[in-house]
Design a protein around this ligand. Structure first.
Ligand code: NAD
Ligand code: 0WE
Length: 263
């Protein structure tokens, strides 16, 4: 088990379909001790059930849009964990009206600010709070998406926020490298989670993705989880500032034979 004796904090678990749930399963299999944050009282029961089933019991509320909430979360955490070895940031949000329609038409200053605050700055803010508690050889991880580097319909301001998040990975890696803290991102292919459930025609997107991806299918949260466990382990001690794609190869393929012959 390559995460034995590692204490890792996971932020962004909402329900069993969450990417964070796949990460928690895989990290548990590899022997990690986990703590979880949940966004609000509304999600507490879900998160509690998943944590207990996996044999973990540290659960703390944290709304990343509020510095005070992040501060008190770490105060609470430090009562059970004097120090820890990793942080998973699996949080993204933009107002729904920004994710439906022509980018320039639907973009607003407020939507831009919210998307960047919750989806990118929160990773820096969580790292800032974690820094005094992190051991040497710690690892920070976030979840990103191809929309950071290529445009696609409706992802809109989230694409800008993910581009910022990926730059955040590189700047945080540089900032924390001297403390032997690594910072990486996983760019996951589309998965039907709560965050994806509000998205129009998401099922169609999944089908079209599966067609182009070299593996001929979409990926699962457990496949993302396995790579997350690796990146947070000492097996990945030489990797930092990197974005690893877990997308069945989609981003490496310009056109599939099926798409080519269909038109
Ligand atoms: P999810 O809905 O299960 O997780 C999103 C989480 O963000 C939720 O737990 C929610 O509580 C949390 N969150 C939102 N605002 C918050 C706030 N103010 N404070 C604290 N937490 C807050 O969906 P998911 O798909 O598992 O998303 C996790 C991450 O993976 C996101 O960053 C998302 O952009 C990214 N991602 C998702 C996909 C996909 O297709 N599902 C693909 C690539 C990357
Ligand atoms: O990062 C994401 C999810 C982003 C997301 C989704 C929502 C829906 C509900 C952020 N904020 C919100 N806000 C809401 O109110 N993904 C990678 C999944 C995703 O979302 C899309 C996608 C894909 C893929 C939105 C449009 C187009 C494609």
């Amino acid at each position: 088990m390559f995460l034995e004796n590692k204490k890792i904090l996971i932020a962004g678990l909402a329900n069993k379909h969450s990417i964070a749930a796949g990460i928690a399963r895989s990290m548990t299999e590899q022997g990690a001790k986990l703590a979880f944050t949940y966004q609000s009282e509304r999600l507490k029961r879900n998160v509690e059930k998943i944590a207990h089933e996996l044999g973990h019991d540290v659960l703390i509320e944290c709304d990343v849009s509020k510095d005070e909430s992040i501060h008190s979360m770490y105060q609470e955490l430090s009562k059970t964990w004097e120090n820890f070895d990793g942080l998973v940031h699996s949080i993204g949000f933009a107002p729904a009206n920004e994710l439906d329609g022509n980018f320039v038409d639907v973009a607003t200053r407020e939507g831009f600010q919210i998307a960047h605050d919750i989806s990118s700055f929160s990773f820096t803010a969580l790292a800032k709070g974690a820094k005094p508690l992190l051991n040497k050889n710690s690892s920070l991880l976030t979840l990103t998406y191809l929309g950071a580097v290529q445009s696609l319909p409706n992802y809109n301001v989230m694409g800008l926020a993910k581009a910022s998040l990926e730059a955040n990975v590189r700047f945080m890696a540089s900032s924390l490298g001297k403390d032997e803290i690594r910072v990486n991102g996983i760019s996951a292919g589309p998965i039907k989670t709560l965050a994806a459930s509000g998205v129009k025609n998401f099922r169609k997107m999944l089908t079209s993705y599966a067609k182009r991806a070299p593996l001929g299918r979409t990926v699962t949260t457990d496949e993302v989880g396995n790579v997350a466990a690796f990146l947070c382990s000492d097996l990945a001690s030489g990797i930092t500032g990197e974005i690893t794609y877990v997308d069945g190869g989609f981003s490496t393929s310009a056109l599939s034979i099926d798409e080519y012959l269909e038109s």
